[in-house]
Design a protein around this ligand. Structure first.
Ligand SMILES: [Zn+2]
Length: 112
């Protein structure tokens, strides 16, 4: 499946932010999984604290991605639009878009 939006994120320098936020979310999932797996080796308080920490890390990663993955030209938060707007909404941005649906920035350097 073609993902022109991925190219756009790379061209506009947003890809690293997406990965960083995604890495935090993955880390959170790993900690949650480990806490569940190792639960009987630790006290319930330790497992509880680990679960809370993991949830916070995941929430931070998600919030970071929503806030920081944005159009360098007009500041539209692409990732936030992807998760908060329904497909079909003209404001919805998806990985199928190879340009900003607000200002048409496409990262190719052509002034529009
Ligand atoms: Zn834009």
């Amino acid at each position: 499946m073609a993902m022109p939006g991925k190219e756009l994120l790379i061209r506009s320098g947003q890809n690293g932010k997406l990965w960083f936020g995604g890495a935090l979310v993955c880390l959170s999932v790993v900690i949650l999984g480990a806490a569940g797996y190792l639960a009987r080796d630790f006290s319930s308080t330790e497992v509880f604290v680990a679960s809370i920490l993991a949830t916070i890390i995941g929430a931070i990663g998600f919030a970071y991605t929503c806030r920081s993955v944005r159009c360098p030209k007009c500041g539209t938060r692409w990732f936030w639009r992807m998760v908060s707007k329904r497909p079909g909404d003209p404001r919805h941005w998806s990985i199928q878009h190879d340009s900003c649906n607000e200002c048409e920035y496409d990262g190719r350097g052509g002034a529009r």
